[in-house]
Ligand binder design. Structure first.
Ligand code: DAH
Length: 335
């Protein structure tokens, strides 16, 4: 048994010397110190040795095991140290990791740009509720129940008298109800219509604008919009007013700009007309003034409403409005 112990020691030392990685270190531990390892087996054989030799042999086996354990631990420390030393080094001269920076959504950017232009012209900004009453969204704007114009609005109703506003025009009535002329206001915000295709999303943004004072004329409307379009697009952008109809303005017009893609020659985007519609406008209907107790004999005013996504599409040459709301970072990062 003594010989067996000495052989075991030699064998273990040879194995230990050959270890060069963590896997080998673990195999060694299992092989020599595991429950089925040689020390356990030798201890079991102790019973077969002569009785008087047993204490000496037992002590020898224990010492041998302890010594081996010590050498194993040393080897482990060496190995872990050298592995760490050979591993990746800390290089303080490397640049830090970039923290991704958030940006405003393109629609928000255009919205802010539109508001800044009108604020520069002396308009103040008013905001109102997205959940609106039938009264402000329709009645106060000269669109009574059963008026055919309600059909154009594809309204989301909350209940019989409450709805998601279909346009920002209700802000005309809300502001006029609480303030006296002269007024120069823009009202930006979200609007909702039950409609979805490449030029419509169920939620989109509008900016409403209106000016009320004495002796306001259509020429004033034209002047303000002229300045807005020159700043938003280009000084030389041609504009035209096309007669139209809105229940809350009389006369009403839709305003077109020369196609930003072809410069007015006619292309796919402008459907060969050379023009792109960008907003609705007109002189505020006397019926609207009556609803808010303004005297239409004393005051006159103009109003306009423009679609923010539409302006952003024209400015950036985007052909599908839904791109704004898919949250594809490859698209959004371009702005
Ligand atoms: N509210 C209209 C719409 O959403 C847009 C509009 C047209 C607003 C004419 C106006 C206006 O203020 O005068 O279709």
């Amino acid at each position: 048994m003594q010989d067996a112990l000495l052989r075991l020691q030699q064998e273990a030392d040879t194995d230990l010397a050959a270890i060069s990685n963590a896997d080998q270190l673990e195999s060694f531990r299992v092989k020599y110190f595991g429950r089925k390892g040689p020390f356990t087996q030798l201890m079991r054989q102790l019973g077969a040795a002569p009785k008087e030799d047993r204490p000496k042999l037992g002590k020898m086996a224990n010492e041998l095991k302890l010594a081996l354990q010590g050498r194993f631990d040393e080897k482990k420390v060496d190995l872990v140290g050298s592995l760490a030393a050979a591993g990746p080094q800390l290089d303080l001269s490397l640049p830090g990791r970039q923290v991704p920076q958030g940006k405003l959504h393109p629609v928000t950017q255009i919205m802010e740009e539109i508001c800044a232009i009108f604020e520069g012209l002396g308009f103040s900004v008013a905001e109102g509720p997205d959940i609106e009453t039938d009264f402000y969204n329709f009645e106060a704007l000269n669109i009574p129940a059963h008026h055919p114009a309600r059909d154009m609005h594809d309204t989301f109703y909350v209940d019989d008298s409450t709805l998601l506003r279909t346009h920002t025009s209700p802000m005309q009535a809300r502001v006029m109800e609480t303030a006296e002329p002269p007024l120069k206001v823009i009202a930006p915000g979200k609007v909702y219509r039950c409609d979805s295709d490449i030029t419509h999303t169920p939620m989109f943004h509008q900016v409403e604008g209106f000016l009320v004072d004495k002796n306001v004329s259509f020429a004033d409307l034209k002047g303000v919009l002229r300045v807005f379009i020159a700043k938003m697009f280009d000084e030389s952008t041609a504009i035209r007013f096309r007669p139209s109809y809105f229940p809350f303005t009389e006369p009403s017009a839709e305003v077109d700009i020369a196609c930003v893609m072809c410069g007015g020659k006619g292309c796919r985007v402008c459907k060969k007309t050379g023009w792109l519609e960008i907003l609705g406008a007109g002189m505020i209907d006397p019926e609207v003034f009556k609803k808010v107790n303004y005297d239409p004999e004393v005051y006159s005013g103009f109003a306009f409403g423009l679609g923010v996504e539409r302006i952003a599409m024209l400015k950036y040459g985007i052909n599908d409005i839904r791109l704004y709301y898919e949250n594809d970072l490859r698209f959004l990062r371009q702005f």
